[in-house]
Structure formats: C-alpha cells, structure tokens
Design a protein around this ligand. Structure first.
Ligand code: PEP
Ligand code: MN
Length: 265
C-alpha cells in the first residue's frame, strides 16, 4: 500500500511544505474558557491545527476522563470564531460520528487504540465515504506492523489525508523519557512510506517540558514533517499531563529555536 498524502495533507491545513506543521493545544479540553483562551493565543502564533482531547483514555480509573461530547461545541466555537482548524481523539465509531457532526476538521487515533485492530476497524468503518484527515499515533508497544496495519485500515476506508504521529513507546525500564522514542521504528516507517507525513509528539515522548526542544529538534533533523505539542494557559493546573504542557508563550520560544533543514523534500 502506498500512502500518497504529504502534499494534500499540508495543503488541507494551509501549511507550507518547507516548514514544520505545528499542531498545538491542551492535552484535554477542560472548560470553554480554557479552550478559548488557549486557542486565541495559538491563533496569534499561526499554528496549523488546534488539538484538544474530549474523551481521555486514562491508564487507571478515577482520574479525569475528559469532558465528553459537550467539549465538541467548544472546538466548534474555536473553528467558527477564530478560523482555526480543530482536531480531537476518537476511539470508537460513536466518537467519530459525534466529532463529524460538530465539524471537527481532523481526527486522531490514540496510542491505546492503535494497538487494537477491532477498535481501529470500527473507526475505519465509521469513516467509510467521509475522507476526513486522520492522524494515527504509534501503538504503545514497539510494533511497527501494528502501526502500519492501523494506517492501512483507515486508508482502505477511503481516507487519503493520513499522517503518522510518533509519541514513543511504553517501557518498564527506567528512562528519562515518559515513552522511549526508539527512533529506528519511525525511521523505518518513513523509509517504507516516503510520502506519508510523520509528526513528532515530544510532549508524550518526554513527559516533561525540558525535553520538548531536544526531541523536536532531533525529529526535524531526521526529516519529520511537524510537531504536536501540548499547550495550556496554566500548565501546572492541568487536569491531565500537567508536567509536559507548556504555555503558549513557551511554545513560541521552543518553535522559535527549532532549526529546519531545508533539504527534506
Ligand atoms: C493525548 O494526545 O493526549 C494522548 C492521550 O496521547 P497518546 O494516545 O499518545 O497517549
Ligand atoms: Mn496528553
């Protein structure tokens, strides 16, 4: 299978192919005020796509599970009032239907969903005939075939604007990373599918603000197409992933420091 999507993916987000694609926004939508405040700040920075999780897949029960469907109306407001394209995570067919009903521009499949072919197929079936752009995160386990399989399922549903997101892999071993990057896996993916955009998620790889820059720079040096960075107006108060989120002002600094190789394409 050949994923022909870089050019149309960038075009769809009004992004310049010579520059990294920037996806930013909070880990979770928490309140309408938090969503609007973050989006207004990011709009000034010309991010290409706003992200916010509505349904949050938490490792253990009892933590914040997301605001649910009502948050989709907040994302719709970001789109209408600020003209920013918006994205959220989907894990079931119902999520897909709800997200599309609210005009969400781009969907992403999370790492805990990519591991499950039944779940991915259910999402693919719900996407049949829709052709909305989809980002597929790597599975939590270091299994390249499973990542490719998820991309193929979505592609076979007729989705032509596909991208992969590298968010690192779970490990029981102690590491400075929250999820070890295992760079050779996305490198192999890129070698096999040269026209598939690959985006780095340094927030979930690093799990800490300090690692955002070095991980992003390494990815750009390897010819990645963009970054997805979690951004919150008051990161320390975030209801999920507080240690890795940054303010929009800090995001601007990180992006400003990144060196882009001009010879990627
Ligand atoms: C997220 O993007 O907030 C998220 C839950 O990511 P992942 O699926 O990579 O853990
Ligand atoms: Mn998160």
């Amino acid at each position: 299978m050949k994923f022909n999507s870089r050019e149309s993916f960038f075009k769809g987000l009004q992004a310049d192919q010579g520059q990294p694609l920037v996806i930013a926004g909070p880990c979770s939508a928490e309140s309408e005020e938090q969503v609007m405040q973050t989006a207004e700040a990011l709009k000034q920075q010309h991010v290409h796509l706003f992200r916010a999780g509505i349904w949050k897949p938490r490792t253990r029960p009892g933590s914040f599970e997301g605001v649910g469907t009502k948050g989709l109306a907040w994302l719709a407001r970001v789109k209408q009032e600020l003209g920013l394209k918006v994205s959220t995570e989907v894990a079931t067919a119902k999520h897909v239907e709800e997200a599309l009903k609210h005009g969400i521009d781009v969907l992403w499949i999370g790492a805990r969903t990519t591991v499950n072919p039944f779940a991915v197929q259910e999402i693919a079936d719900a996407l049949q005939g829709v052709n909305v752009p989809v980002l597929v995160k790597n599975p939590v386990n270091p299994d390249l075939a499973l990542w490719i399989g998820a991309l193929e399922r979505i592609y076979r549903a007729g989705v032509t604007n596909l991208a992969a997101i590298h968010r690192g892999f779970s490990s029981y071993q102690k590491s400075k990373y929250r999820n070890v990057p295992l760079w050779q896996i996305p490198i192999e993916l890129k070698a096999q599918y040269q026209d598939l955009p690959v985006i780095v998620d340094p927030s979930h790889i690093g799990g800490s603000r300090d690692l955002l820059f070095p991980i992003s720079q390494k990815a750009l040096d390897l010819g990645y197409d963009g970054v997805m960075i979690e951004t919150h107006p008051r990161p320390d108060e975030a209801l999920s992933d507080a240690t890795q989120q940054v303010t929009p002002a800090r995001l601007a600094e990180v992006l400003g420091q990144l060196q882009v190789r001009k010879t990627n394409y």
